[in-house]
Design a protein around this ligand. Structure first.
Ligand code: GLU
Length: 490
């Protein structure tokens, strides 16, 4: 069901970094807005000054921009329903609170936290569900003045209309039944006047003419209270869509131990935003249960809430990595190099004003194009090209030792390489294979040992390509230096 005009919002609290769950919610809102030519609003829920921070705010904005989820209204861009940071909207809330007090849909409550807790304890002891008992619901003006005179500061509570039906049709979950009688009169403003989440959320969704509230399933329990506030404000209800929880591969709620990190950490680890967005879109949504690859633009064409599942969506970081690799392979070698550049620069492997070195790096990375999974891997995939001396990992040492003929054979290989006039990959390959035949050896052992000698590793790009790129001089030197391995006890 689509209510027009479509206006949706992503409403993060800047009390932490943007995590995958939040990013997925933002994406679904963005896609829904785009699909229906609506408006995507960013609203920052920073009413809790103790937990909110500018650093978190800035990082959320940065993460959304990295993902390409630009908002038409919100902080930084403005809009006619602003301001879009709740900390700047106090006047709007005060006005609504006054209106509700006058209408009797909000009342002052003077109970102290200790008194409330004691009464809740009694209810628990009596086997009842603890709730506010409505003690202050009908206080006369004199009684209120008396309590004030005792130095008590009231909070404001919402008066639940007895008998009201707060059921609604969730666009993903279907009918959600809930009666007002199941809910107590909840606090909408604290004694210091600061308003609470359920109240400000409903006030703002109404004030900003939000048509669809698309958010995480963890907010389902807040929805009836927010519906009650909407009604008290005389506002039209938006439609609600609660997207499924994210789960780890073990089907428990997604947490750090499943690799759930902040979005910007994934950026640092070298994931491409287009791969990340594609991966996020499939967390609870599917096109036809088969097709997996979509650009952001394609997603805006195909996304629909009807295709969002009710059941929890499994977040599998291995799938993300696989997807990222697939996206990396779609880049041209030049694009790959440009996008890996920040990581290469940070690794400081060579001087960027040395054009020859930059060219080697570009070609070296191209040799790894089939294998690279994240941009952050780029430096470690090519660093051996720039090392003064090779250090051999355990497997590389093993492969060296397996070279039939050992030190003598390494020396022969160095000589053969030094004697080549044409040091192209093809010429080198021809020569090495001929040598293997002359000595009646399998070429494999020679190739593995040479790779180990040249790179220090057991795996890497095609030996002949990498050797040609390293150049004759360094190949000969590295083969000579590798003889040292045979002098070590092993
Ligand atoms: N600030 C709330 C959160 O970050 C927003 C929930 C909502 O979308 O209503 O969870």
């Amino acid at each position: 069901m689509v209510k027009k005009p479509v206006r949706v919002r992503f409403a993060p609290a800047p009390t932490g970094y943007l995590h995958v769950g939040g990013a997925r919610t933002a994406l679904f809102n963005y896609l829904f807005a785009r699909r229906h030519k609506g408006t995507f609003v960013l609203r920052v829920e920073d009413t809790d000054p103790a937990r909110s921070s500018e650093e978190f705010y800035a990082s959320i904005v940065e993460a959304l921009r990295w993902l390409g989820l630009e908002w038409e209204e919100g902080p930084e861009v403005g809009g006619k329903y602003g301001p879009y940071r709740q900390s700047e909207r106090r006047a709007v809330y005060d006005e609504a609170l006054t209106r509700m007090q006058e209408a009797g849909t909000a009342y002052e409550c003077f109970c102290t936290p200790e008194e409330l807790e004691a009464r809740r304890e009694e209810m628990r002891a009596a086997g009842e569900a603890p709730r506010y008992d409505g003690r202050c619901a009908e206080l006369s003006p004199e009684a209120r003045a008396g309590l004030r005179a005792q130095g008590r500061e009231p909070c404001l509570r919402f008066r639940m209309a007895a008998g009201a039906d707060l059921a609604y049709d969730d666009l993903i979950r279907g009918r959600v039944e809930i009666k007002a009688a199941e809910l107590d009169d909840f606090v909408i403003a604290r004694p210091d006047g600061s308003p609470t989440y359920n109240f400000v959320c409903a006030v703002d969704d109404a004030a900003m003419a939000i048509s669809h509230v698309i958010r995480g399933e963890d907010h389902i329990s807040n929805t009836p209270r927010q519906i009650a506030v909407y009604r008290a404000l005389g506002a039209d209800l938006p439609l609600f869509a609660h997207v499924p929880l994210l789960l780890g591969p073990d089907k428990s709620r997604l947490s750090k131990r499943h690799g759930a990190k902040s979005v910007l950490e994934y950026r640092e680890e070298g994931y491409l935003p287009e791969a990340f967005v594609n991966f996020l879109a499939l967390l609870g949504w599917s096109y036809d249960d088969e097709r997996e690859f979509f650009s952001l633009k394609e997603l805006t064409k195909h996304f629909s809430l009807e295709r969002v599942a009710k059941k929890g969506a499994v977040f599998d970081v291995e799938k993300l990595t696989w997807m990222n690799g697939t996206y990396l392979r779609k880049l041209s070698p030049e694009e790959l190099f440009e996008r890996a550049r920040p990581w290469l620069e940070a690794a400081n492997l060579f001087a960027w004003d040395d054009e020859a070195a930059v060219e080697v790096a570009r070609r070296a990375l191209a040799l790894e194009h089939e294998k690279i999974k994240t941009l952050a891997e780029a430096p470690s995939l090519i660093d051996f090209f720039f090392a003064e001396h090779v250090t051999y990992d355990e497997k590389a040492e093993k492969n060296l030792r397996k070279l039939p003929g050992g030190v003598d054979m390494l020396r022969d290989l160095a000589e053969v390489c030094a004697a080549l006039d044409d040091f192209s990959a093809a010429a080198l390959e021809k020569r090495i294979r001929a040598l293997a035949e002359e000595r009646d050896l399998g070429a494999g052992k020679i190739i593995h040992a040479m790779r180990a000698a040249l790179t220090g590793r057991a795996v890497g790009p095609s030996l002949f390509d990498l050797a040609a790129l390293l150049g004759q001089e360094r190949v000969v030197r590295r083969l000579a230096e590798a003889t040292a391995v045979f002098k070590k006890p092993g």
